[in-house]
Each structure stands twice: as structure tokens, then as C-alpha cells.
Design a protein around this ligand. Structure first.
Ligand SMILES: Cc1ncc(COP(=O)(O)O)c(C=O)c1O
Length: 484
């Protein structure tokens, strides 16, 4: 027997790994603001990575860190950069890498509680805290997922089982009328994707038009449901969005809940981007009706700054989740344990990692007030950005700014112009913003999902954009090229 496990590290190796990891953390933290937002991709280095043969002999700890520092890091996006304002993607909170390391060390399998007792309770504690934010009661439950898209897929699956109690045996094959899902024209594509995966079919997803603030038209929703029912179809689920991905618009949840009650539909909320704004006192009212939803998807890997991946599905009645997912013989016959949950009964996975640890650790170590402060800070920055845009003669907002997504355009610029501007901002290291598309109009989208961003960063971006826009006169393309 060797004196260390074949795949273990001896004391010297551990010391080396500790030192190199601490240096990595430290250098990274110190250099974030100076790092390129988007790497200048070294295709040769990456091709070399791809061409590396199956490594029969290892390169050791130092060799590994060298590879990471020389090849991986320089070819990675700096998501934590304070002017990374694209997508809905933020930097991880400071404790997360440590919690991740501990989760990897103890490697709990969060499938049934006997294998991972503390992990089961920690996940349940996180779910209970989150349920409490939305006014869900004792019957509620949920599960951490790989993200918001998976949470919505799992929610629609649960809704399907609730509607068709024999769905498990029969699938959709022998079902009666065609099931229809309702969402808005501004909904995230994950709703379509879930409907496609579940066999509901994209033709049976209605994208209800929005009002002038990009919120679902509730009158049209109810008319459409009635028309579908009259045509022999079976409306079964509405997906409302408290915080649409493009503009952050908040669908009128209470009114949609009324429609769902009248029309007997499952109400799911896609809160992947928006739901956790409930933490802000200022936004609480806008989310008050969430308690009426049958299920809510949200993303700790967005506003709780958990590193990818950490999504979450909450359901108002956890037995419905179990009816969709539990395959163990015991769940119907054995009384529910008041403390422990078998998470394999709440979702499609059997083996599951300890995602809850990073979410729980951050809430424990920073406290919820720190997250409230971060969210309020981001709301302030988005408002500040919107105010600066409104005051800039050559820029205009494309939509109201209820949360932290700011959609705007350079007056008179085309889609190609905006694309060129975005590329220039990246190239010169000013910012990473994204494209916006609303009502067929094109522009730029900044989404402040970054607790490191400051007012100076916002000013720097808008000063540069105003500069570009000021030069944007005469024939659009030519003038912009000169300005860039
Ligand atoms: C409203 C909305 N729904 C769903 C998603 C997808 O979430 P995930 O990337 O966690 O699957 C997003 C992502 O930004 C979103 O904004």
C-alpha cells in the first residue's frame, strides 16, 4: 500500500496547493478592475488545450496551477469587473469560493437525507427562508436547481402532473385535449424551452402582448384563454414574469392571479431575474402578490451572488412537487420527517451536490441586510444611469427602469451602429454591455447585477457613450465610424 492514497495529496503537495490557491485568490481580487472584460482570446493556446493528449502522467500541483494561470485565466471573461453589465450575471460573493471548496471536500450527496443529514437540513433552511420572503406558508417547499431555466422546467412539469394526475403512467400520449401555456411576449425563452421539452409544443405557447411598459396585457390573457377553451383546447398554466429579462418590467401578478383563479390555471412566476428584488423594502409592494402563485423560480446565482450554479424552485404546496418527482416507494406511505427531506423526491436528479452550502454560507456570514444593501445599491445605480441618459441630449431610454435593467439607444443610430458601439466599448475596456431589442427597436442594455459597480463606473460609461453619440451626426454609419 502506498503511504498516501493514489489520488490524494501528501503534506508537501497540500502546502503547495494551499499557497498557490491563496495567491490565486489574492491576485485575482487585486486585479479585477484591471483585467480585460473580455479576453483577447489566444486561439493557439486554446487549440493547444484541445490537442493535449489524454494525460497518462500527471503534471502535479505546481504544473496544474501553471496551466490555470497561463492558459485558463487569461482566456476567461472577467465577470466580476465593475463595468461588466451584460446579461444578468454578477460576481460571486466573497465567501462563496470557500464554501464551494468545503462542499467539494465533504462531497455530500443530497439525494436522500441519510447520506447527507446536515446538507438536507441546510437546503431546507435555505428553502424555508426563501419561501418566507414570498409569504409562502407551512405547506410550501422547494429545491435548489442548476438555474432559473431548470426551475421553470420543473415547475411546468409539476403543473402538468397536477393537471393530469395519470401523467406519470400515460404521458401525453393518451391525453385528451391539447394543453396550452400562457406567457408574455417579453418572457424568457426558458418558458418556450420547457414547453418544447415537455411535449406541450411551441404551437401551444401563447405569447400575450404587453402594454406600453412591457407588462403582460391581462385583458388579452383572459380573452385568449376563453377563445382557446371555446376552440376545444385546455388552458392549464400561465407564466408571469416579475422582472423580464430585457427591461425588468414586472407583470401585474395580482391581476394575473385573479385570472388564473377564475380560469383554473396553475400560476408560475419566472422570477429568475426579478424575484429576489423582494429583498428591497422599496420593491416589496410590487412583489406582494407572489404568495398567490403556485410556484416561483428564482436564481440565487443572480441576486444572492452565489457562483454558478444555484437556481431555485419554490412551490406553494410541496406535495405537488413530490407527486411529480418522487419515485421512492416510501414517500406516500411514510410520514414526512419534520426535519429531513429526501431531495431526490423533489426533482429529476438522484445524485445532487451540496449547492445549498454556498447560498446558506453567504446569508449566514454576511447577513441578509448586506444583500438588501447590495440590491438597493444596484437599484440606485440603475436609476442614476437612467437619469443621466434622460439628461443626455443624444441618448434616449427605450423603456422605464423598474429594476436594474436599463435599455437605451443613441438617437438616430441603427442596429449596426449599436453593435459597433458595443464592440468598441469592449475593445477599449470601457464596459461590457449587451444589445437591447424592444418592439422591434434596437439599442443597448446595461443590467446592473454587480455589487462592485460604482457611480464612477456609470459616469465613465455614459461619458464615453455621450461622446460617441455627440459625434453621431449626418449619415449614420460614416459619422459613427469617425467618432469611434
Ligand atoms: C427572466 C429570466 N428567466 C430565466 C432566465 C434563465 O435563468 P438561468 O440562466 O439561471 O437558467 C433568466 C436569465 O437571465 C431570466 O432573466
Amino acid at each position: 500500500m502506498p503511504d498516501k492514497p493514489i489520488l490524494g495529496l501528501d503534506k508537501d503537495d497540500r502546502e503547495t496547493a494551499d499557497r498557490l490557491l491563496a495567491a490565486f485568490f489574492d491576485d485575482y481580487e487585486q486585479s479585477i478592475a484591471q483585467r480585460p472584460l473580455v479576453p483577447e482570446v489566444d486561439r493557439e493556446v486554446l487549440a493547444d488545450l484541445l490537442a493535449t493528449p489524454f494525460p497518462d502522467k500527471g503534471i502535479g500541483v505546481e504544473g496544474l496551477f501553471r496551466e490555470i494561470n497561463q492558459k485558463i485565466l487569461p482566456n476567461s471573461t472577467t465577470v466580476a469587473h465593475p463595468r461588466f453589465l451584460a446579461y444578468v450575471l454578477g460576481p460571486p460573493n466573497g465567501i462563496a469560493p470557500y464554501a464551494e471548496a468545503i462542499a467539494a471536500t465533504i462531497n455530500q450527496n443530497c439525494n436522500f437525507w441519510q447520506l447527507s443529514p446536515a446538507a438536507s437540513v441546510v437546503e431546507r433552511a435555505v428553502i424555508t427562508w426563501l419561501c418566507g420572503l414570498f409569504g409562502y406558508g407551512d405547506q410550501a417547499g422547494g429545491i435548489l436547481t442548476g438555474g432559473g431555466s431548470i426551475a421553470t422546467l420543473n415547475a411546468l412539469t409539476t403543473a402538468l402532473h397536477a393537471r393530469r394526475p395519470r401523467f406519470r403512467e400515460q404521458g401525453l400520449q393518451t391525453a385528451g385535449s391539447q394543453l396550452v401555456v400562457y406567457t408574455s411576449a417579453e418572457a424568457h425563452r426558458c418558458v418556450d424551452k420547457a414547453a418544447a421539452i415537455l411535449g406541450i409544443g411551441l404551437n401551444n405557447v401563447r405569447h400575450i402582448p404587453t402594454d406600453d411598459r412591457y407588462r403582460m396585457r391581462v385583458d388579452v390573457l383572459e380573452e385568449t384563454i376563453r377563445a382557446d377553451r371555446a376552440a376545444g383546447l385546455e388552458p392549464f398554466c400561465a407564466v408571469a414574469t416579475p422582472g423580464t429579462v430585457t427591461s425588468g418590467s414586472i407583470d401585474p401578478i395580482a391581476d394575473i392571479a385573479d385570472v388564473c383563479t377564475r380560469q383554473d390555471l396553475w400560476l408560475h412566476l419566472d422570477g429568475a431575474y426579478g424575484a429576489l428584488f423582494v429583498l428591497s423594502e422599496r420593491k416589496r409592494e410590487a412583489f406582494a402578490a407572489c404568495a398567490r402563485a403556485d410556484s416561483i423560480a428564482l436564481d440565487p446565482h443572480k441576486l444572492l451572488f452565489a457562483p454558478l450554479e444555484a437556481g431555485c424552485l419554490l412551490v406553494r404546496d410541496r406535495t405537488q412537487l413530490a407527486q411529480a418527482y418522487a419515485f421512492s416507494s416510501s414517500y406516500l406511505t411514510v410520514a414526512e420527517d419534520p426535519l429531513m427531506v429526501d431531495y431526490m423526491d423533489y426533482g429529476p436528479q438522484l445524485s445532487r451536490g451540496f449547492k445549498a452550502l454556498k447560498v446558506w454560507s453567504a446569508l449566514q456570514s454576511f447577513g441578509v441586510d448586506a444583500f438588501r444593501a447590495a440590491i438597493d445599491h444596484m437599484l440606485d445605480l440603475a436609476r442614476y444611469m437612467a437619469d443621466l441618459i434622460e439628461a443626455a441630449p443624444d441618448l434616449e431610454l427605450m423603456a422605464p427602469v423598474p429594476l436594474t435593467a436599463v435599455c437605451f439607444r443613441i438617437k438616430g443610430a441603427t442596429e449596426a451602429d449599436h453593435t459597433a458601439v458595443l464592440a468598441t466599448l469592449i475593445e477599449e475596456g470601457t464596459a461590457l454591455l449587451g444589445p437591447a431589442r424592444l418592439d422591434g427597436r434596437h439599442g443597448i442594455r446595461a443590467c446592473v447585477t454587480n455589487h462592485r459597480t460604482t457611480r464612477n463606473d456609470i459616469e465613465l460609461i455614459l461619458t464615453r457613450l455621450s461622446d460617441i453619440a455627440r459625434h453621431h451626426r449626418g449619415p449614420v454609419g460614416d459619422a459613427l465610424e469617425v467618432a469611434l
